[in-house]
Design a binder for this molecule. Sequence first.
Ligand code: ADP
Length: 299
Amino acid sequence: MELRIENLSKRYPGGAQALQNVSLNIPVGMFGLLGPNGAGKSTLMRTIATLQEADSGRAVLGDIDVLRQKDSVRRILGYLPQEFGLYPKVSAEALLSHFATLKGIRSGKERGDVVEALLRQTNLYDHRRQSLGSFSGGMKQRFGIAQALLGNPRLIIVDEPTAGLDPEERVRFHNLLSVIGQNIIVILSTHIVSDVTDLCRNMAIIHEGRVRVAGNPSELVAELQGRVWKKSIAHDEVNSYGERFQLISMRLFAGQTMVHVFSPRQPDASFEPVAPDLEDFYFATIKGFIYSAQTATVN
Ligand code: ADP
């Protein structure tokens, strides 16, 4: 099964062109949708999740027309939105069981089995009797995944999942998604580059409503090889470097400012080569150094 998105566009009544001819092919596995705040990620995710309408374009999941056959999509979709309300006084087990009833699992025995399996899969079984109000951020996110997995979805959409998680919770959450992503389409929408580096076989960068680039993270980063250079400079030199060079990033490092610049060849002898990473690729793309909207290659 594959999700094919073709020329999806959306303009909000207020005037923001949130999506502009977005086309993407999303295969089974973890897919990272990376972009800064306001890029259009949530608009795209909510449209695929049948929660809002596009102005034009198509999306097809297997043989389902996503924008028209909404009930069919909802039967095979799990959605973990950026913010979701939980009843703080209810136990994890009771609420998941309630959601299972809403999903149509009527037999009490079957519901009990499904709820237990999901609580075990998300490592929450030992906390099943605890009220959701007492859960940590990571536990809440894992509960969100448990509810998204009800009814054996073929597509899971996870919007900005790791913001606010501590490093240990983040790793645990990533491991859970990796296992799920072995068999179904998991779209992970995020502005955190390392979420994608660690997890995703395929990705796209979206910026100002357009797909700038799509592909395999390591192959994309390899395209930057030999074109990223670093130099340690004084902080008050940053502006003048920004004017003279294509500045990918600047970072304070041991009291000095380390800049990464994009350049097809060594700018001068004072710059050293850098083995580029996805963060370099992301900023070089967002800043228009390597892909402009006109030249975006989309598989
Ligand atoms: P992201 O999820 O990448 O942060 P969004 O899809 O939320 O991006 O937003 C894309 C653009 O659409 C932004 O300019 C945002 O301000 C605008 N936008 C989002 N939701 C609405 C809305 N309900 N009404 C008007 N404008 C919106």
